[in-house]
Design a protein. Structure first.
Ligand code: BGC
Length: 677
């Protein structure tokens, strides 16, 4: 009997297993490992039977395990990423990550194609719902625990779409023209931090070009930045068919691409052999690329006895309840005049219900594009409210004698809505919805508008007509229950906006000039990011533009009072140093609730142009009625820096900093000074 080869031995250290397997591969087999099964299986790599190397299997996220890539299975549909971000709750991200990881394993896959870390440059981007925020700090703070959660199930997370993929119009052919500082400080920052802190095992390149070079052959982005500077040792795959337009095989392999999905344009055996034999790339480079793929196979347990791997489960009640809790925590109360919310179920007789999203189900095959998760059931707003009101309140779609009316407005995953491969056409609700809201408001004493959408909505034309507005996002398979729980006060809303809501499109940075060169691109399909680092609130603050709702904003059914702010030290001097910003927060209302204490920094002595304030810390705290807690928000030295183009690196300048502490980016309760030495 011959002993099993080292690479099959679970007890051996991973790098040794990888080296052992690599040494057994022929040249052709190495080439094969860079390719996928092609048109037969769109989410599967080529196996090598001789060495018992199985196929790597992946599935789309980021809203759960997508139907089209899991053998047409129905799985738990989680709230959209933007709703996760609105919770500002790091712990929940860890839970979501490991729960998604379990579902991925249960469908026999090894890589979850999520999370998406692209920054919201324009509110029209069709995929805003799949991303976290306009702010890189918030994005990375939430992505890090999420990635760790996925990977603690030995499922690889896949950061996407690297990088500067900020619109869907012309996504396969456009070039994002971004200066070095902006690229690094805004668009790469969350990728960098997540790579360094969560060690994601894979990453997906973008469709678009960045400064004239496609993501999958972009040496600056892949080899030089991701691998050499940040130390990424995982697998780099293309976005689906993204390599179609790139020029050469060697361009991709030398740049750092390790897997071409799902067709072999550049990485077919013939092309790889030809380029190799003509000396266009070395075996050392090839080995590095193959090694990365093998490493992730080892990490995800492809060669291990399934008994030793975490168990997968799908559609467990706990998964579905977690989806509901996150939907509840992510809801943002935007307006609540006269405190008409929460609705008092014992004192209401009739509620009238309206709007195109009242009965809508969002979880369908490919709804919204590749993120479409189809759940075994989905609770619509109507069903959720009906269940909550059963035997207590009469519901009347369209009734005008009701005590209160609720309109379910917003977008959907259809054309011109929140959807992959197309952008929104307008920031506003369509005319029909606006008229509906106005009509309902005219006919009722009290009108609540629940917005179901994944991106900012302009509301000036109707918001004064209604008493309350709740941003519900896409809340996953139990969205209807979550909405009912928040409207009736079983849950006190605590979500905060991860995106600025502009009053009009021209107020937002990518649209301020109205020039196509800034969005959606000039005749050559070049999109010039001329607003630079002034994206999201950084722009609104710098230009002193009044948004409809600022970044970080969200009301509660209770009120919070902030006490004095204290620092545990007056100075720090190293990137890894931490400062504790302590503030007493009291719930002065009659209901339990949670507040997100937000800390923004201003670099007072900066030698370069810097935003008036940037988010550098936050902490969510739950408080019973009358309760006071001292909240300690950690601010890390490294988060105070900027990208210095003269050094091609992040830097933190010595000098004075001011920290603002508040409940949104425009509502501060105090500030403190400290110095960076
Ligand atoms: C999307 C990716 C997705 C991939 C695989 C592409 O169209 O941009 O986000 O993971 O398809 O379905």
């Amino acid at each position: 009997m011959t002993a099993d080869p080292t690479y099959l031995d679970e007890e051996t250290e991973i790098e040794n297993r990888v080296s052992d397997l690599l040494s057994r591969l022929s040249l052709k087999e190495k080439f094969k490992l860079l390719t996928s099964l092609g048109r037969h299986r769109l989410y599967t790599t080529k196996p090598i039977k001789r060495l018992k190397i199985p196929s790597f299997k992946m599935t789309d996220g980021p809203l759960g395990v997508a139907m089209h890539s899991s053998g047409f299975k129905k799985n738990t549909r989680f709230p959209a990423t933007v709703a996760l971000a609105a919770t500002w709750n790091r712990n929940l991200m860890g839970e979501i990550g490991s729960t998604m990881g379990r579902e991925v394993r249960a469908v026999g896959r090894h890589i979850l194609l999520a999370p998406g870390l692209n920054i919201a440059r324009t509110p029209l981007n069709g995929r805003t719902f799949e991303y976290f925020s306009e702010d890189p700090y918030l994005t990375k703070e939430l992505a890090i625990p999420l990635v760790k959660g996925v990977q603690n199930q030995r499922i690889a997370a896949c950061l996407k779409h690297y990088a500067a993929n900020n619109q869907e119009i012309d996504r396969m052919t456009s070039s994002s023209e971004v200066d070095e500082r902006t690229l690094n400080e805004i668009y790469l920052r969350a990728f960098r931090a997540t790579v360094k802190e969560a060690d994601p095992w894979s990453i997906m390149t973008c469709y678009n070009m960045v400064n004239g070079v496609y993501g999958c052959e972009n040496k600056y982005l892949l080899q030089e930045t991701l691998m050499d500077k940040w130390g990424f040792d995982g697998l780099v795959m293309t976005d689906w068919l993204a390599s179609r337009k790139v020029k050469t095989t060697e361009g991709c392999i030398n740049a750092g691409l390790t897997l071409e999905m799902p067709w072999s344009y550049r990485y077919n055996i013939k092309a790889l052999r030809k380029a190799y034999e003509s000396g266009e790339f070395t075996e050392e480079t090839l080995d590095d690329r193959v090694r990365r793929n093998l490493r992730v196979m080892m990490l995800t347990g492809l060669f291990d006895n399934p008994e030793v791997l975490p168990k997968g489960t799908r559609n467990a009640p706990e998964h579905q309840n977690l989806a509901r809790c996150v939907a509840e925590e992510g809801m943002v109360l935007l307006k609540n005049e006269g405190n008409i919310l929460p609705l008092d179920i014992d004192n209401l007789k009739r509620i009238s219900l309206h709007g195109p999203n009242l009965r809508k189900k969002f979880g369908k095959l490919l709804s919204g594009g590749s993120s479409g998760v189809s759940p075994p059931y989905e609770v619509t707003p109507l069903e959720g409210i009906a269940e909550r009101c059963r035997g207590k309140v009469k519901l009347f779609p369209g009734d005008s004698l009701a005590d209160v009316a609720i309109v379910f407005a917003g977008l959907n995953h259809g054309r011109g809505g929140d959807s992959e491969s197309m952008d929104r056409i307008s920031l506003h609700l369509d005319d029909k919805q606006v008229s509906k809201i106005k009509e309902v408001a005219r006919n009722h004493q009290q009108t609540v508008v629940c917005i179901i959408a994944g991106s900012p909505i302009a509301m000036d034309e109707w918001i004064d007509d209604v008493e309350a507005v709740m941003m519900c996002w896409y809340g996953g398979m139990k969205a209807g229950n979550a909405i009912a729980n928040v409207l009736f006060g079983d849950v006190n809303p605590s979500g905060k906006l991860p995106l600025t809501f502009p009053r009009r499109l021209e107020d937002s940075p990518a649209h301020s000039t109205g020039d196509p060169r800034n969005y959606p691109g000039d005749d050559e399909k070049r999109v010039y990011y001329e607003e630079g680092i002034y994206v999201g609130y950084r722009w609104f603050d710098k230009k002193e533009i009044d948004p409809l709702f600022p970044f970080g904003y969200g009301q509660s059914y209770t009120q919070f009072e902030f006490g004095n702010i204290q620092l545990n030290r007056q100075s720090i001097g190293k990137p890894e140093d931490e400062l504790l910003v302590e503030v007493e927060v009291t719930n002065i209302g009659a209901r339990a609730g949670s507040e997100v204490v937000q800390v923004y920094a201003k670099d007072v002595d900066a030698s370069v142009d810097r935003p008036p304030q940037e988010l550098v810390g936050f902490e969510k705290v739950g408080l019973g009625p009358g309760e006071t807690k001292t909240v300690a928000v950690t601010v890390k030295g490294e988060d105070l820096g900027f990208y210095d183009v003269s050094k091609h690196e992040w830097t933190i300048e010595a000098g004075e900093f001011k920290l603002f502490v508040g409940s949104s980016s425009r509502d501060f309760h105090g500030d403190v000074d400290f110095s960076y030495l």
